[in-house]
Design a protein around this ligand. Sequence first.
Ligand code: ADP
Ligand code: MG
Length: 266
Amino acid sequence: MSAAADGGCPADGTGAEEPVLELAGATRIHGDGPTRVIALDTVDLQVRAGELVAVMGPSGSGKSTLLNLAGGLDTPTAGSVRVMGRELTGMDATSRARLRRRLVGYVFQDFNLVPSLTAAENTALPLELDGVPARRAAEQSRAALDSVGVGDLADRFPEEMSGGQRQRTAIARALVGPRRLLLADEPTGALDTAAGEEMMQVLRGRIDAGSAGVLVTHDARYAAWADRTVFLRDGRLTGSTGPRMGVEALFTAPGAPPPPRSEPEP
Ligand code: ADP
Ligand code: MG
């Protein structure tokens, strides 16, 4: 196991073994009657400090729902979601938003940058909302942009950036400050292979420094950076690779989806 598991500093006296993220029987149902959709079905998942878990599954299998519950953007219909020992279910929206800003870094599938703010302002936003003084927030924002290779674009607005640059900015915003739980929904989707690998290196570095992470990806090359991969289908966890089993386990582990047919690249 990585040195990170030891190096991850427990924030309180509960010991390093407490998961940073714990879903227990987490269920999310939308609608009622004929329109009822079970987006997530009694999912159990624990992610510890120093651990990166990849989530794979077909479109509509519940991957984004799982991340939204983990990040407190949505609440389960049944079951429990805990972040650093704190139960998110039943927590009021203000407390949930505060916990999210302080502890959770979220890379959205569609980036969610604020169009009227520059890259530097977008990245500093979660810190400023949390009361970090403007100058310190600006310094941390700059460092985060530098760490993902877009420090020189700090004054650009999202519409003045390429898709890949926007994606890097969104990653910087998720990494800024002392985030303990990093959640990323296809964070490499807009990046070419070299840039994607570079982003994974940055993410992996933060995990090894003691954060916990969940990475949704369609790409086995990126899942290979994770400590283990779990598979979702129709809202259910169907299986998991063991720790660091390597990329071939993505196809051979119990519950893994069938190997991809050779199809032309989209
Ligand atoms: P994935 O990210 O794996 O593509 P999602 O978590 O977005 O899947 O969605 C899981 C299922 O829940 C899908 O069938 C989707 O249509 C449904 N779903 C997600 N959000 C809503 C919603 N707000 N209202 C109704 N159905 C939803
Ligand atoms: Mg999704």
